[in-house]
Write a protein that binds this ligand. Sequence first.
Ligand SMILES: *[C@@H]1O[C@H](CO)[C@@H](O)[C@H](O)[C@H]1NC(C)=O
Ligand SMILES: *[C@@H]1O[C@H](CO)[C@@H](O)[C@H](O)[C@H]1NC(C)=O
Ligand SMILES: *[C@@H]1O[C@H](CO)[C@@H](O)[C@H](O)[C@H]1NC(C)=O
Ligand SMILES: [Zn+2]
Length: 307
Amino acid sequence: MGFCLYLLTLLLLLCLCTAQWCYQKQSCADTCEDPSRWAVQFPRCGGLHQSPINIVTRKVQVNSSLPPFSFIGHTDIINITVKNNGHYAHFGLPPSVRLTGGGLPGHYRASQFHFHWGGSGRPGSEHTIDGERFPMELHIVHIKEPYRSLAEAERDTAGIALLAFLFEETAEDHPHLGTVIAALGRVKHNGSNTVIPNFRLSDVIPAAEDLRSYYHYVGSMTTPGCEQAVDWTVFHRMLSISSRQLEAIVEQCQFWTGQPMTDIYRPTQPLDGRVVYRSKSGAPQKSAAHAWISAFSALLVIVTLMH
Ligand SMILES: *[C@@H]1O[C@H](CO)[C@@H](O)[C@H](O)[C@H]1NC(C)=O
Ligand SMILES: *[C@@H]1O[C@H](CO)[C@@H](O)[C@H](O)[C@H]1NC(C)=O
Ligand SMILES: *[C@@H]1O[C@H](CO)[C@@H](O)[C@H](O)[C@H]1NC(C)=O
Ligand SMILES: [Zn+2]
């Protein structure tokens, strides 16, 4: 009897430990699986349509039938709950925040958003562009209507729509990230939570008409169980963050292991025959300016030659 109890406890402990996953930088030895071993516990993480990916701009295909998005409820004033779930900080969104368009089959309602970041001075975006990793990445998770939960949506290959925004480091602070940073300071430990009152998603991300340029591909959730049910949109337009704000973000929280919550991104996954599409207006905004500069230089050359 005593021996059985002992065995049972041992088994239980073993299950508890091996069910945990962690990021590469977490040194948790045998007690949990880092990204290269997620598939041991979560078989779908070893699938062929995984995220994130490196977007190779030279191989991206233009798809002229990818329309702009329509955002609904993004300017509403809402209260959001913030929770440290031991792996990342989760910002819950109400179902009144919705979207359609962007080549998605129907309406989707927002569920939550979260960030992926690096460490002090190290970039931590999940998607990379031509091999470049950016300082931080925002993911807004949406569930296809009428599904009520992520678990339900995950069974549909287009059940989840994920919007990704990359950040670029600027000299000026992002004017509306202050409340987000302060909230992170109130959820340092696994399981702790707080509320951000009077929040507006439109304070953090631009309006849909300013987001016509984007990449689109099919992939997965980037944390276990890595369900391959995600329509991914990675916007061209980057959000700004100052180095001071970035430093404040990466310093505050702790993983469930008690270690500092840094470098929370999954390495990029093989494309495996998938195609990344670009919306028609997805040409880099640079190119218009570029054309002007070229024309202007040509004019200068002509003027110089004429003299
Ligand atoms: C946000 O929370 C405050 C305080 O609990 C409450 O008075 C207010 O009605 C809430 N706002 C919304 C939009 O739910
Ligand atoms: C372009 O995007 C639309 C909308 O998502 C999709 O139905 C279509 O298959 C895509 N075109 C190609 C060539 O993949
Ligand atoms: C993290 O906290 C949650 C409760 O919010 C708990 O269920 C979970 O077991 C904790 N994880 C660890 C590894 O302590
Ligand atoms: Zn994410």
